[in-house]
Ligand binder design. Structure first.
Ligand code: URA
Length: 217
């Protein structure tokens, strides 16, 4: 797997990451969603450099200009519900992308610390020969992405897979690396050292879905 940890460089990206982490600022749900969206836009811009391009002649009012434009068909697949603002951030830049949505949840069995990832709703187009972008804002254990990859197999073989994530745990990244094809790219804005017993990234941000859309029962 080719890992691009964009938070390693000094850039405005780290301002947005600091705001989604900050206990006080993150309470503003609208700002939290917008920050995740802005992170998606930046990761999307960086990821666009890996796509295939071809030349197209563009007619301006005063002449012609040959430009390199994206040739690949991109499919953005996101996991509900926390993935929605990140999905929107990517979609802001990839006007003709197709879209897929997948529901996944953690089913806790008695013991709160043990859970199984249940994936039960897939709405995705054919992926055959296309560039698949899988978004998962919090790459914690990596088990959701593993299940999603398995479920998407019946949708065809993508030309290439890109995972777009906001914050990952080192453990989750190592796991994903072991189950995805070796030419998969991971675009991530921060990597944190730990996971707690409940599978939350430490220091992380807390529950991304709750911060974006409110607490659930
Ligand atoms: N999902 C979240 O929302 N936060 C984490 O830290 C891990 C998974």
């Amino acid at each position: 797997m080719i890992i691009h940890n964009l938070g390693d460089e000094n850039s405005v990206l780290n301002q947005f990451i600091s705001e989604i982490r900050d206990t006080h600022i993150q309470k503003d749900a609208m700002r939290f969603r917008r920050n995740i969206e802005r992170i998606g836009e930046i990761l999307g811009y960086e990821f666009s450099k890996e796509l295939a391009y071809n030349s197209k002649n563009i007619e301006t009012p005063l002449g012609n200009k040959s430009m390199h434009l994206i040739q690949d068909q991109v499919v953005i697949c996101s996991i509900l519900r926390a993935g929605l603002p990140l999905h929107q951030g990517l979609l802001n830049y990839f006007d003709t992308a197709e879209n897929g949505f997948i529901s996944a949840f953690r089913k806790h069995e008695g013991d709160e610390d043990n859970f199984e990832v249940i994936v039960d709703y897939f709405a995705a187009p054919s992926l055959e020969g296309k560039v698949l972008v899988l978004t998962d804002p919090m790459l914690a254990t990596g088990r959701t992405l593993e299940n999603v990859l398995e479920g998407l197999k019946k949708h065809g073989t993508p030309k290439q897979i890109h995972i777009v994530s906001v914050i990952g745990s080192q453990l989750g990244i190592d796991f994903v690396k072991s189950v995805f094809p070796t030419d998969t790219h991971l675009w991530i804005a921060a990597v944190d050292p730990e996971l707690n017993a409940r599978g939350y990234i430490i220091p992380g941000i807390g529950d991304a879905g709750d911060l974006a859309y409110g607490e659930k029962l």
